[in-house]
Unconditional design. Structure first.
Length: 295
């Protein structure tokens, strides 16, 4: 298959491969199962290859990269990376683990295949390949969806159709981005599951989300336990029942106020008599017999 024929398969709008297995299509190209024009095969300086700007995957397992680097030191790189021409050097399309491991292994040049993709194709391929390989955590997947929506103007339903997911799945993933950054990091770290954070999203206060997330992690709460906790927090708290005042107390207050010539308040099992200055206090005390006769 000539280079143009190969690009046609991954052609304009990627219409030829949506509905197919994108990761297998790209893998066939890299492993030589899909014929590529010889002019497209070459060795590239690792320093000339920039990361894919649309790569949704942010977290790579350092131990696995090191294992791959050790293997490359012994056996070299068998599977070429895919690149596209950039203003300066090249941009990586797929093969970031191989590129990172090759640099770690001290290689200066690695095998590559030059492809002719535009930015839209690069963005969609990067997301689709990672989703199909299940290489993304939930937050990375959500961020990938958001980027496609913002950059390419997709509606949720259209995006769902193009990536082979339901609209509900896309909507639920995008909701994760409403979580506080600290809670999102717990998802990335596999400390909280999708079930946990779906329950947290029903809370309106980000601080409450963080508090419940911490509690769920510290106490190893199940999804059901977090759902119950959130439900209880969301239920309106009953207003305290006001105790009806005894109407007889009003009459007693009026009688005392009339007798002492000042304001009297009966409340909470106590009688409060207002006074104004020492003379007024002495007057009230004399009336209730509160002064010793010797004073």
């Amino acid at each position: 298959m000539a280079k143009k024929e190969n690009n046609a398969r991954l052609g304009k709008g990627l219409s030829a491969i949506f509905g197919e297995d994108v990761s297998n299509v790209l893998e066939d190209i890299q492993q030589g199962k899909s014929e590529v024009h010889e002019d497209s095969k070459f060795e590239v300086d690792v320093k000339d290859v920039k990361p894919n700007p649309y790569q949704p995957r942010k977290h790579f397992d350092d131990d696995k990269i090191q294992e791959l680097a050790d293997s490359i030191k012994l056996h070299g790189v068998f599977t070429p990376i895919l690149v596209k021409k950039a203003v300066k050097g090249y941009e990586l399309i797929t093969g970031e683990r191989r590129l990172r491991a090759s640099k770690l292994a001290g290689l200066k040049r690695i095998p590559a295949i030059l492809m002719d993709f535009d930015d839209q194709q690069m963005m969609e391929i990067a997301l689709l390949e990672n989703i199909q390989r299940e290489d993304l955590n939930a937050i990375e997947e959500a961020q990938g969806y958001e980027k496609l929506i913002k950059k390419l103007g997709y509606k949720q339903e259209e995006l769902a159709h193009r990536i082979g997911k339901s609209r509900e799945h896309v909507a639920n993933m995008l909701r994760l981005l409403k979580l506080p950054a600290s809670v999102q990091q717990h998802v990335v770290n596999n400390e909280l599951s999708m079930g946990h954070v779906r329950a947290l999203l029903s809370l309106k206060d980000p601080k409450l989300m963080e508090e419940v997330a911490q509690k769920a992690i510290q106490l190893h709460l199940s999804v059901r336990a977090v759902e119950t906790l959130v439900k209880n927090m969301n239920e309106p708290k009953p207003e305290p029942v006001k105790k009806e005042r005894d109407v007889n107390l009003d009459q007693v207050e009026k009688r005392l106020q009339s007798r002492f010539g000042t304001k009297v308040k009966i409340d909470e099992k106590q009688i409060v008599i207002k006074y104004h200055g020492n003379d007024d206090l002495n007057r009230v005390l004399e009336m209730i017999g509160g002064l010793d006769e010797e004073m």
